[in-house]
Each structure stands twice: as structure tokens, then as C-alpha cells.
Design a protein around this ligand. Structure first.
Ligand code: BGC
Length: 757
């Protein structure tokens, strides 16, 4: 539709009709089913209002959407099509690894491809908008929604976020694309105590410098929608925060798209105590700049009357509706309200070979090897013949250590061995049976001497009951399972323990006060260890866990997060060395819960402690060092990499000039490897305290055994900017440190100076 026609349409719409566009209904209001992720508001909608609603959320399936669109368009006075929105967070039907794992790939290319696949599946199923990417910076593993973020670093989150937007949206008119919605604006990732929906306390500096960049990167990439967050910032809930939405998002960042509230967040301002009732909440919402009220019905109940009474200028409604109509128009909905009419397209695309292959590659690349005492990769030991002789005779690991005699037998034990629920809290596959379990992945390798046992329940009883899951359906199985597991552990040369937290323990409302595994799983680990020390632990989780004891009791520890549809294949690929582990942590693993929040780019203090030492009257704890167990950027390979010292092509530069920093990276082992080379900068003296280091670049290199490669980064003055003491975004002349290595704790550094302009 031309812009003139669109304007005519807007002018022709009644106030009620316009407000209808600003109302989003949960699917169950229209269809009786669908996803419900929160409470709705107090207003009861009339049938007419339901008929005029502009968008619907939480519904899946091409045929259902087709019917609904047809029905609603008949009721809508101008036959304006609905927008269908859903949380397609890490895949639609082919499920990819959770976003926190995607962060660990350090691969914007993979992020883009995975979102492109998700968009194609979602669009073929009739959806128009995905509520993704979530770019809330995360520092507190108690908060269950860390699983939905690429991690703790502003730069990494920005790069992954941009790639996700590109992957979803591409050219929006193309039928295999959906509009993206960045969320949750703003600062939702740092709720007090890690409690979901809680207040967020951040200094202006931290908010601007650490929390805003990833959202801004997505805006600059052209992200079409933005969702408000549930929390308050500086005591104002985001859905009523004019300074945040109109000031920072629209004016400062240049966002021109649609702002949607989070689920019921407009009316929830009453509970926040900033609005007396839903009417006042609706007024606050529209004044702040919320275009669509997601399900609270405060707009439906009160906006028309607020306009008629003159309290809200109609201009605000027109502006909001204009943005919504523009989005519908850019999606081509006025010409093709169904966008896809051929449901065979969905059948062809959903879970197709190509997407599954990508999901498998991405999952494998997201796994982070935290520890390996020469036990991985597992040897593929054929049953007989020359190959078997050879396999048995190779007595050394890749790192040159002697391997113990083994016959290639492996006992696969634990509640995640034969479990399909490995796709993360925000995945709703219609065909969960398509998910490949670890057992299936291992069986797919066709190796002899593999045996499998459950060992224990995934959840302890109390927890499982709370989630409506029956922990022990047939009763009294725990001891039998344990005995069977111990027998297998004792009679095989290696044990792979597949442990982890249940997918519902992370995600929305998935906050926890402990970061450990359930008691039953820990007991299994301890008892297996007594009969066989050759343990590889594979950890499924949606957040960093406190894994000190698990790491101590295991010879290898591989974190596989929630890996998705091809999870089991990817686990088998990596454990048997068909793919190399290459993930690097996108979020720090603490030593214990007490260290949380713990993140690498913290400020220095007046009394810094050495990271691995405890000195009294210095920053830190009496009973624990300040260094985490595994820092951001950390992750091992099946080989080792040596870094040369950092070389700079010059020691000084002015604004407008550049310095090239280089290292030579060598694969010193005898296996292929992929390394993520990371560039950090440090500003040791500035007008405000600066982080001890910040990530400014990364590059992935594949290296064959003994191969070396020079890796270079360009450093320019904008990379040295920060908010100074007067909140100006600027750089200050002086000396800087460049650190380049394979993890955020690298000490490989050089110095340069920024000269006054
Ligand atoms: C979540 C959002 C989500 C929305 C719609 C809310 O509860 O906070 O992230 O997009 O529900 O499902």
C-alpha cells in the first residue's frame, strides 16, 4: 500500500478502531488455547473490542493462524489484518541452542543463520513477529532468564544481537522473514537478588555504558519492534518511563519502530504503585510511548475515554497506530494478509535436513569444555580387526599424556542420557519426538560396548512436585536405578555422566537461590566416582552453575547448555572428537553462589586483591578468593594454543589514527582446533573508574596441528570512549593496555598512548 493510501486509511478509522490496533490479545481469548505466560488485566473486553484487536500473541500452526486471520479480518471494519507474534527464542520447530549458548559460539555468523532458519519456519507457519532478541545484559546466574541473553558482555551481546536481527528480518518483505523485537527495554537483566520482575538498581554510568549498547546495536541494525521491561529503573517502571522510551530509545537511539509493553506491564504499573488504577496506567503508558498494550487491556478499557476527555491528545494515538500500520504494510500484509497460504511450505521447511544440520553444528560449537584431564575425546574403538588393534594401541592423548589402558567401553549414565527435554524453557516444539537424545546420538555412531542407564531422577521430589511432574511414577526405583548405574560404571572403562538442571528451572520466573544440581544427581556422581574415576560429566543447564565439586570429581567437564533438536548428535560428535569443542563462556561460572553477581568487566577497587589470594582488609571474601571458577571467554579445546606476545605497529596514536595489535597463535598439540582470539582494552587512569578490562574484538581461527596464524586487531579512538564524569561520551588521552588471549583472564599485554588531538 502506498504511504498516501495508508494515511487515508488512518484518517478513515474511528477512535475505537485505532485503539483496537494498540491492543494485543492472548490467543486463548480468541481460540481457547495458546500460550499464556502471565496474568491479564482487570478490564473485560466487549465482543466488538475483541473483533478490532490489532495483534495476537502466543499461537502456533499455519492452519490455525489462517482461520483466525480470516475470521478477524471479517470483523474488523477496514479488514485490517492481524499481526501474529510469538516467542521464537531459539528456533521455531528446529530448536537451536539457547541464546546464552549462542553467545558461547562467539559466532555472529551462526547466530544469523540460526535466526534465519527460525524465521523461515515461523514465517511459513504464518507468524509475523518474534519477541527476540532478548539483549538484557546478565550478571547474576540466580536469574533464570540469563538463558535468554547472549551473556555478560556489552560488545559480544551487541554483535550477536545485530546478527540475530539480520537473521530474522533480512528484507522484511521476503516471505521467509519475520520482524524482530528487541527486549526488554531496559535493564531487565539485573533484578535485585536475581528475583524475576524485581527492581533494578544501576548507576547511570553502568546503565548507559554496559546495559544500553546491545539494545542500541539492535536498533541501529533496523530492529522493527522494542518491548518494555517489567522492572523499574530509577523507581519508574519502563512502561511508564517517558525519558527511557521517548528520550533514550526514540530520540537518542533513533528507534522508529513499534514499542510494545511486556505481558500486562501497562496495568502492572498499579502494583508498582505509580498509577492509582488501570485508567491512570493507560495514560502513563501512552504518554511514555507504548504503542501496543500486551494483554493488560488498560488501553482497551480507558484510552478512548482519556482521549475524549482531552487528557490524552489523539495525536499520540495516531502516531502509535501509524507505526503499527507501517509495520503491517512493510510485512506486505495489506496485499497478502495470509502471507503464506500454502501449508505444504511449512511441512517442507520445518525440521528440514538443512536446518537440522545447522542446529547440530551450532550446538556443537556452543559447548564449552571446562576441564579435560586427557580423557576426551573418547576413543572410538571398533569391535574387531586392524582398526581396533590400532585404537587400543594408541597409548597417548592429544596433549601427550599417557592414557590408561581402556577397551573403548563407555557407560552413559544419568537423567539426561535418554531425555528429549533438552531444548530450553522457551521452546514449544510440536514434535518433541524429533529431538535427538544423547543415547540416540551415541547409538548413531555405531560403536560397540556402549551401555546406558538413568541412574537417578532429574528433579528431586520436592522440586518435581512443585512443577507438577511426577518424580517417581512407579515408586521405589531410585535404589534399583542407582545399583544398575553403579554396576555399569564399575564394568566399563569410562563413564559419561549426563547431569543437569531441568529446563523449567531456568527461563521466565526461573529464579533460584542455589546454583547446584539436585541432591539425587550429586549422590549419583559421588557414588559413581567411588567405583570408577574415569568420569566425563556432560552438563545440561540454562545458566552458569556452581560446579566446583562436579569439576573436582570429574576428569572432564563439558557444558552443553540446552542444545536443542540435534543436541544428542552434537554431544556425541564432540565427545568422540568428530567435532572439536570450541565454545567460550559468555557468562562467568562462579566458585560458589556467594560470589554472584560475578563478571569479568567489573570496576577496580581501592583495595584490589590478587584474584587467587585472600588478604585481609582487601576487596573480597574471608572464605573464598575473588576469581571465579571459570571466567568469561574461557573454554578448552582438544589441543592447546600458544600465544606470542602482543605486537603493536606503533606505540602512540591520535584520534583519527589507528594502531594494529597482533599476536601469533600456534596450535601446539596434535589435534585440529578452533580458537577464539579475544581483544581486551584497559584504561588504567581516567576521570571515572573504568572496568579492569573490556572486550573490544574477537576472531575465530581454525588451526591444524603445529599451524600458526597471525591475528590482528585494529584499535581506534572510538573504542576508547566512555561516559566521563560529566556524562560526555568521549575518550581521554593517556596510556592504555591491550590484552590479547584465549580468555578474559589473559595477562598477555602491551601498552600504547592516546595523544591529545
Ligand atoms: C515475557 C516476554 C515475552 C512475553 C510474551 C512475557 O512474560 O517477559 O519476554 O515475550 O511474555 O510471551
Amino acid at each position: 500500500m502506498t504511504q498516501e493510501k495508508l494515511k487515508e486509511l488512518l484518517q478513515d478509522m474511528s477512535l475505537e478502531e485505532k485503539i483496537g490496533q494498540m491492543i494485543q490479545l492472548p490467543a486463548n481469548v480468541l481460540t481457547g488455547d495458546g500460550l499464556v505466560t502471565g496474568p491479564t488485566g482487570t478490564t473485560q473486553l466487549t465482543e466488538e473490542q475483541v473483533g478490532m484487536a490489532g495483534s495476537v500473541l502466543g499461537i502456533k500452526g499455519a492452519e490455525k493462524l489462517y482461520e483466525l486471520q480470516k475470521r478477524q479480518m471479517e470483523k474488523q471494519p477496514h479488514h485490517i489484518p492481524l499481526l501474529f507474534m510469538l516467542d521464537v527464542i531459539n528456533g521455531y520447530e528446529t530448536i537451536f541452542p539457547i541464546p546464552l549458548a549462542l553467545g558461547c559460539t562467539f559466532s555472529p555468523e551462526m547466530a544469523e543463520e540460526s535466526c534465519s532458519a527460525a524465521a523461515a519456519e515461523a514465517a511459513a507457519s504464518g507468524l509475523h513477529v518474534t519477541f527476540s532478541p532478548m539483549l538484557d545484559l546478565v550478571r547474576d546466574a540466580r536469574w533464570g532468564r540469563v538463558m535468554e541473553s547472549p551473556g555478560e558482555d556489552p560488545y559480544l551481546n551487541s554483535e550477536i544481537g545485530k546478527a540475530m536481527v539480520r537473521g530474522y528480518q533480512g528484507d522484511l518483505r521476503q516471505k521467509d522473514k519475520v520482524a524482530a523485537c528487541l527486549k526488554h527495554f531496559a535493564g531487565y537483566g539485573y533484578p535485585e537478588g536475581g528475583r524475576d520482575y524485581d527492581n533494578v538498581e544501576l548507576s547511570e554510568h553502568t546503565f548507559m555504558e554496559d546495559y544500553l549498547p546491545a539494545y542500541e546495536a539492535a536498533v541501529k541494525e533496523g530492529c522493527r519492534l522494542a518491548m518494555t521491561s517489567f522492572n523499574t529503573i530509577d523507581r519508574i517502571p519502563s512502561s511508564g518511563n517517558k525519558r527511557l522510551l521517548r528520550g533514550i530509545l526514540r530520540e537518542k537511539m533513533g528507534f522508529e519502530g513499534v514499542v510494545i509493553s511486556d505481558y500486562s506491564a501497562v496495568e502492572e504499573m498499579v502494583f508498582h504503585g505509580v498509577a492509582a488504577d488501570a485508567r491512570e496506567a493507560a495514560k502513563l503508558g501512552i504518554e511514555a510511548g507504548v504503542d501496543i498494550d500486551m494483554v493488560s487491556n488498560a488501553y482497551a478499557g480507558h484510552l478512548a475515554e482519556l482521549v475524549r476527555s482531552g487528557e490524552v491528545p489523539e495525536k499520540l494515538v495516531d502516531e502509535a497506530v501509524w507505526r503499527i500500520l507501517q509495520l503491517k504494510n512493510d510485512l506486505g500484509l495489506f496485499e497478502e494478509p495470509f502471507r503464506v497460504t500454502d501449508s505444504s511450505l511449512a511441512k517442507e521447511l520445518l525440521l528440514c535436513e538443512d536446518f537440522r544440520r545447522k542446529a547440530r553444528e551450532t550446538a556443537a560449537a556452543s559447548f564449552v569444555l571446562l576441564k579435560n584431564e586427557g580423557i576426551l575425546p573418547l576413543r572410538k574403538c571398533p569391535d574387531s580387526g586392524e582398526e581396533r588393534e590400532q585404537a587400543l594401541s594408541c597409548g597417548e592423548t592429544h596433549s601427550g599424556e599417557k592414557k590408561e589402558a581402556e577397551d573403548g567401553s563407555v557407560a552413559w549414565i544419568g537423567p539426561y542420557v535418554d531425555n528429549r527435554e533438552i531444548y530450553g524453557a522457551w521452546s514449544f516444539p510440536e514434535r518433541p519426538e524429533e529431538t535427538v537424545t544423547v543415547k540416540q546420538g551415541v547409538e548413531g555412531k555405531g560403536l560397540p560396548r556402549m551401555s546406558f542407564a538413568q541412574g537417578c531422577y532429574l528433579m528431586d521430589k520436592g522440586c518435581a512436585t512443585k512443577f507438577g511432574r511426577v518424580p517417581n511414577p512407579s515408586g521405589g526405583q531410585e535404589e534399583e536405578w542407582m545399583e544398575e548405574a553403579l554396576k555399569l560404571a564399575a564394568s566399563n572403562s569410562r563413564v559419561v555422566l549426563c547431569l543437569g538442571e531441568h529446563k523449567d528451572l531456568s527461563g521466565e520466573a526461573g529464579s533460584r537461590t542455589s546454583l547446584g544440581l539436585p541432591d539425587g544427581q550429586m549422590e549419583l556422581l559421588r557414588r559413581v566416582r567411588q567405583v570408577n574415576p574415569n568420569i566425563v560429566t556432560v552438563l545440561f543447564c540454562g545458566r552458569p552453575l556452581a560446579v566446583k565439586e562436579i569439576a573436582e570429581l570429574s576428569k572432564a567437564l563439558l557444558v552443553v547448555w540446552m542444545p536443542g533438536t540435534e543436541g544428542g548428535n552434537a554431544v556425541a560428535d564432540v565427545l568422540f572428537g568428530d567435532r572439536v569443542p570450541q565454545g567460550k563462556l559468555s557468562m562467568t561460572f562462579p566458585r560458589s553462589l556467594g560470589q554472584v553477581p560475578v563478571y569479568y568487566n567489573h570496576l577496580s577497587t581501592g583495595r584490589p586483591n590478587l584474584p587467587n589470594e585472600i588478604h585481609i582488609f582487601k576487596n573480597g571474601y574471608l572464605d573464598e578468593v575473588t576469581a571465579p571458577l571459570y571466567p568469561f571467554g574461557y573454554g578448552l579445546s582438544y589441543t592447546e594454543f600458544a600465544y606470542s606476545e602482543v605486537r603493536l605497529d606503533r606505540q602512540e596514536m591520535k584520534a583519527g589514527e589507528r594502531i594494529t595489535a597482533s599476536v601469533t597463535v600456534t596450535n601446539t598439540g596434535d589435534a585440529d582446533g578452533v580458537e577464539t582470539v579475544q581483544l581486551y582494552l584497559r584504561d588504567p587512569a581516567a576521570s571515572v573508574a573504568r572496568p579492569v578490562r573490556t572486550l573490544k574484538g574477537f576472531k575465530k581461527v581454525s588451526l591444524a596441528p603445529k599451524e600458526s596464524r597471525e591475528v590482528s586487531f585494529v584499535i581506534e579512538e572510538p573504542m576508547l570512549r566512555f561516559y566521563d564524569s560529566g556524562m560526555r561520551y568521549t575518550s581521554e588521552p593517556g596510556s592504555f593496555e591491550v590484552l590479547i588471549g584465549g580468555s578474559s583472564d589473559t595477562e598477555n599485554r602491551a601498552e600504547f598512548s592516546l595523544l591529545p588531538a
